[in-house]
Design a binder for this molecule. Structure first.
Ligand code: PLP
Length: 394
């Protein structure tokens, strides 16, 4: 019937969506997944199972028929628990009405960006950074301002943020993440204080993604929300600390004036986090609040193992300070880009690592290992990387 000049498939989509690239990490993992015996060190996925007390809470939730629409921002009990958990762990001062339960930290990030940005706003992102940040900023119609931190051991120095703010005085927000995916670096308390001292002199939001805070190796994590409570949108979640990636639970704590707007966007986006997940999260944040401890101890050992082996092989990398990411430079003598290295390593030695080019300026020569896998597998992966180097040394 169509004498229309164009078909629906020719109608332009939202430009930002057309320009966005799918996740390079997931694409690479899928591409090498069928290599026989592959050891996959690509995705940031804990290899632990969700602790039993949390699973039991979900079963009880079902038995109680918590299968109806739940409250949009989270049940009163859950919001109280979010505030109490964050306050206790990171010395903060939130009340329940400042909190919001989201579908993973991913939704927390999206809701935060969507709420505060107008088209064309600039959002500062210190790099190397999780590529999703750049994609989300663009999807929200804003511009990422990427700041290379590689010359300062991947920490944003006060000088660098001053300089960036002088060049971008109207930047709407800065997105920070520590401990960092992909570098495994975190900030000392003094470094956080120095950064906060600069940021508090500017009208700029701080989106502080602290999803890995419980996986900090040396001492207590310092939250930017402690120092900048009126500017910070604090993001956290249970995916990594409680091995709950599949449950999709995240949380936001924000200044009082901002929370209702965040809740509005969350409502339009997903209505609410499923009741069962809210009930499981309540258990995680209360009786299960310290479930990360044994996992942290294990990740620490694995990080030390990887660092020792990689150092012995001559890789240039910093000792892990948190999470389960190891960020190393492809040796110059290999004369390979990280993408070439990762592909060849996967095919020749059946070890999958992530080439870091998509992590932004400062990451061009690096690759990332996710060591959220057993020590036996890690030893084997290290043996294979060693063999790869021997084969290519000529
Ligand atoms: C830095 C960072 N923030 C947020 C997320 C998303 O976490 P969630 O599973 O809670 O959506 C990830 C996941 O890998 C991440 O690396």
């Amino acid at each position: 019937m169509s004498d229309l000049p164009i078909t629906t498939s020719q109608l332009p989509l939202r430009q930002a969506v057309t320009e966005l690239q799918p996740s390079a990490i997931r694409a690479f993992s899928a591409a090498v997944a069928n290599i026989p015996g592959i050891i996959d060190l690509t995705v940031g996925e804990p290899d632990f199972n969700t602790p039993d007390t949390i699973k039991a809470a979900a079963v009880t939730s079902l038995e109680q028929n918590h299968t109806h629409y739940p409250p949009t921002p989270g049940t009163a009990e859950l919001r109280q628990a979010i505030a109490a958990y964050l306050n206790e762990k990171y010395d903060l001062n939130y009340t329940a009405d400042q909190t919001l339960a989201t579908s993973g930290a991913t939704e927390s990030l999206w809701v935060s960006l969507y709420t505060i940005t107008n088209p064309g706003d600039e959002i500062i992102i210190p790099t190397p950074a999780w590529p999703m940040y750049m994609s989300m900023v663009k999807a929200a119609g804003a511009f990422p301002v990427l700041v290379d931190t590689s010359s300062n051991h991947f920490v944003l120095s006060p000088e660098l943020i001053e300089q960036t703010l002088a060049e971008h005085p109207n930047a709407k927000a800065i997105m920070l993440n520590f401990p960092s995916n992909p570098t495994g670096v975190t900030y000392t308390r003094d470094e956080v204080i120095a950064l906060a001292n600069v940021l508090k002199q500017h009208a700029i939001y701080v989106i502080s993604d602290e999803i890995y805070a419980e996986l900090t190796y040396h001492g207590r994590h310092t939250s930017l929300a402690e120092l900048l409570p009126d500017q910070t949108i604090l993001i956290n979640g249970l995916s990594k600390s409680h091995a709950m990636t599949g449950w999709r639970f995240g949380m936001i704590a924000a200044p009082k004036f901002l929370a209702p707007s965040l809740i509005k966007v969350h409502q339009f986006t997903i209505t609410a986090v499923p009741y069962i997940v809210q009930d499981a999260a309540l258990a995680a944040l209360t009786v299960g609040k310290n479930e990360a401890e044994p996992m942290l101890a294990e990740y620490k050992q694995r990080g030390a193992l990887v660092h020792e082996r990689m150092q012995a092989m001559g890789f240039e990398a910093l000792a892990p300070q948190g999470v389960f990411y190891y960020f190393a430079k492809v040796p110059a003598w290999l004369k390979q880009t990280p993408s070439e290295f990762a592909l060849a390593l996967a095919h020749e030695q059946a070890v999958a690592v992530i080439a870091a080019e998509s992590f932004g300026p400062g990451a061009e020569q690096y690759f990332r290992i996710s060591y959220a896998t057993s020590q036996d597998k890690l030893q084997l992966a290290m043996d294979r990387i060693e063999q790869y180097l021997a084969d290519h040394r000529g």
